[in-house]
Design a protein around this ligand. Sequence first.
Ligand code: SF4
Length: 352
Amino acid sequence: MEAISISRRAAQLGQRNWSVDEILALYALPFMDLVFRAQTEHRKHHAPNEVQLSSLLSIKTGACPEDCAYCPQSSRYDTDTPTEKLLPVQEVLEAARKAKASGAQRFCMGAAWRSPTARQIDAVAELVAEVKALGLETCVTLGMLKDGQAEQLRDAGLDYYNHNLDTSPEFYGSIITTRRYQDRLDTLARVRNAGINVCCGGIVGMGESRRDRAGLIAELANMAPYPESVPINNLVKVPGTPLAGEADIDPFEFVRTIAVARITMPRTVVRLSAGREQMDDSLQALCFMAGANSIFYGDQLLTTANPQVLRDQALFERLDIVPAGMSSAKMPLDAEAPIANDLEYATAHAAH
Ligand code: SF4
């Protein structure tokens, strides 16, 4: 019954339903054909030379009770990630102001919680309202939400809630055992029902198969509506986590994943997310060609290093890319870079 109503809703939205096999067929296209098709789709819905900039701050770091195998913030793994309490409001606002001055349009705040308490939601709602008042879009990632919490965040001015599916339903149990796939879908439904934009993606390079990658994309693309923002993360292998020794994924397989996300979710904003520090400029350019049109911008991505702001600015100059919403404007080269307070969370916006 639910499946029927979802496909009806999808049809009303002009979305088609994608089987995993259909997505695998996209993956199997000759590389140039796939990228050409993705770029063609991209140009129908997005300004081809614009990239959206989000800045990410870890507002509460480490000591998370969950066991996500990629995440250095889990209390179960011995990593160098520090443990910090919720940051004071003024510290968060200072980082938000810097992010804005550096050209970021959205300020994302991540907290390593399994599921926030009522008091924690009160505190984050205050932060959301203050950041919003600076003229930035707001996004938070706080873990699983209970009834009523999404509405409270919406009323405070929240624009986006990030909660990733991480991988396919079939592979999921190899990565996380402390929360179910359905728990994630339930939180996403609460966010959607509250009228908040959904930011939801996954991580590649965790030892999953191509079918698993296609399975993740199918889950995302068949949501009705599909997420407004889809971060695609390349695993950051943090020493001390169970996935620290994972083999690298072929970079072109990563590009294929971006392209397949673009084709199956043509209107979404596809974020080239964690793992960018390990990519050279050519690979990043190829990701933009394949339909990525958002990046995390700033020196740190929650707790792992993110490419330096100056390097991003230089790359944008060389590729004639402008930040979304700034059309002819250049990125403010002399602005102080936004900073996240510590390291990690790497994959972690990919987290949660
Ligand atoms: S990804 Fe999020 S929920 Fe999982 S261990 Fe890290 S902080 Fe906790």
